[in-house]
Design a protein around this ligand. Sequence first.
Ligand code: KG4
Ligand code: ZN
Length: 377
Amino acid sequence: MARVLHMRILGIETSCDETAAAVVEGRCGAFGRVLSNVVSSQVEIHKKYGGVVPEVAAREHVLNILPVVNEALIKAGAMIKKSPNSAACGKQGAKEKDVQIDAIAVTIGPGLVTSLIVGIETAKVLSYAWNIPAVAVNHIEGHIYANYISENSKFQIPNKSKIQNIQFPALILTVSGGHTMLVLMRGHGKYKTIGETRDDAAGEAFDKAAAMMKIGYPGGPVISTYAGKFQIQNSKSISLPRPMINSGDYDFSFSGLKTALLYELKNDKNYKKRIPEYCYEFQQAVIDVLIAKTVKAAKEYKVKTVMLSGGVSANVELRKQMAEAVKSRVPNSKFQIPNLKYTTDNAAMIAAAGYFKAARKKFTPWQKLKVDCDAEL
Ligand code: KG4
Ligand code: ZN
């Protein structure tokens, strides 16, 4: 049993515009360490179109996937067990003491079909050639498990690690370019979505707002930087709505906020001079709604842990203000956030989720690995 639970997992992520591969290690049902984490971002390529172009993304994944996987294996010092199917090796001249890969975790969805397929076909081929099992991982589940990744290079001792903060039931606010969801997690693999966006995702709203102000792509980091430059003590004159903040449920809507911003900009001939203020107010409107709904759900479900995940959880103000809100308004819940570098798309989070699924023996034969663009948790 212990042997099964001590595993090194190769993670592969290609759901959108990052080609990523990573090797992580888990032990005794707890996350161990990240042995390598390689992300090849296409952001510079998509920038000129103001968003991800699926066909371009897929072509880039095809070009990048093998070099990225190879780099992740080499950085992890990985050796692949010789199998009846092949004599494949992650590293030339690997020695006995080198790390062995025990399973491959791959994102099967949600995401762009032509992008996902590149990662999945690669995982299938490696699973077959190396004769090791595969684990199908939901992209949102991957974002959630970014919370389990510790930067500590030593093994986490179960029950004594920082990760013991993650106690169930847990509530996760997943905010990314494609999703805004409140998920109740009652145990590993036990999820219930209690609310989600009815239109734009939070990250998508940031991206579209930045496009309207013509300040760059992706919008989240740019808006966050401008917002930080606004001095609130200098009179604030712009006021945007907080959509659905008092709707009584856990759903979100950000398209109205985006439209409200558009009208404000149209009516302001000097808007270019007030970009920091627009960014501040837009960011604060999104944060206010996210915090209100998260705190309400944390109270109702009496959760022991509140977590953030997804690209928007890189937002410094969201991290800070949510931490304060949980501490003061839900003092019986612990607050957990992923390390910044695991908030946006990466494969370490996919491998981490894969480890916890592998520990529960949730494998998928390579023949059955397939894209699920609208995969649900
Ligand atoms: O999780 P992710 O890398 O990809 C998806 O699964 O969608 O999230 C990307 C999104 C983008 O919309 C980007 O604007 C947003 O995350 N983002 C941020 C920040 N950094 C990235 N949003 C707000 N503040 C940030 N600092
Ligand atoms: Zn993502």
